[in-house]
Design a protein around this ligand. Structure first.
Ligand code: FE
Length: 227
């Protein structure tokens, strides 16, 4: 499988391009509006047929290029069914499977950062969006987030994967690019080393974070595929 990690510096967002090299069918996860040209050129240079634009959730900190990529490549835009995104071509639910050639993309509903988070499991990789970040996790204080729900999503779904599964997060602010289930179970600051649900809820309740700068335009923009 072809796999490329891309980065948007302004929002610290990771975008991922995946493709089946036999059929050239490709999917992009969490593309950013400001990087539309970069991504179009890359997909064309590599000769891929973009089949899916997959969102891990409705982002609050940047705007997606999903609608523009759909237009450019006749791709299908997919989000979780809880997203309320009327622009989506596919509304996904837990255990759905999408295919790029013979490669399977498995949908895992991992809510808690929002109510519509998806982690996409592909071979030995899991793209966790903002549910689980390297040594960290997404905030739970808006967009119907819930700390208890996130604790259970991570422990029951992501941490139950094979421990060598490679974690590719939706953002990073500390210079990390990837992790593994084994590492996060041990070293994640908020949930690792057997932290209890009560301890996690307490940590999340005391983060005292400012709202993302772009939340007002991002959430409505992203339920409309960034158009
Ligand atoms: Fe987010």
């Amino acid at each position: 499988m072809f796999l490329r990690q891309l980065f948007d510096r302004e929002s610290s967002t990771y975008t991922y391009l995946l493709a089946d090299e036999k059929t050239s069918e490709a999917a992009i996860i969490d593309p950013v509006k400001e990087q539309f040209e970069r991504d179009v050129v890359l997909i064309k240079q590599l000769g891929f047929k973009l089949k899916y634009v997959l969102e891990t959730h409705v982002h609050a900190d940047h705007i997606t290029s999903s609608g523009q990529l759909r237009e450019a490549f006749s791709a299908k835009v997919a989000l979780h069914e809880n997203s309320g995104a009327k622009c989506a071509d596919m509304l996904l639910k837990d255990n759905d499977v999408l295919k790029l050639g013979d490669i399977e993309i498995k949908v895992m509903h991992t809510p808690g950062h929002t109510n519509a988070d998806i982690s996409y499991l592909v071979e030995n990789y899991v793209f966790t969006g903002d549910a689980l970040l390297v040594r960290d996790c997404g905030r739970t204080d808006f967009q119907l987030g819930n700390s208890n729900t996130l604790y259970n999503s991570i422990n029951e779904k992501i941490f139950s994967l094979d421990e060598n599964t490679i974690i590719y997060p939706g953002h990073d602010y500390n210079g990390f690019t990837a992790s593994t289930v084994k590492e996060e179970k041990l070293y994640n600051h908020r949930l690792g080393n057997g932290k209890t649900e009560e301890e996690f809820v307490e940590i999340m309740a005391n983060l005292d974070l400012a709202l993302p700068k772009k939340i007002k335009e991002s959430v409505p923009g992203n339920t409309n595929c960034g158009l």
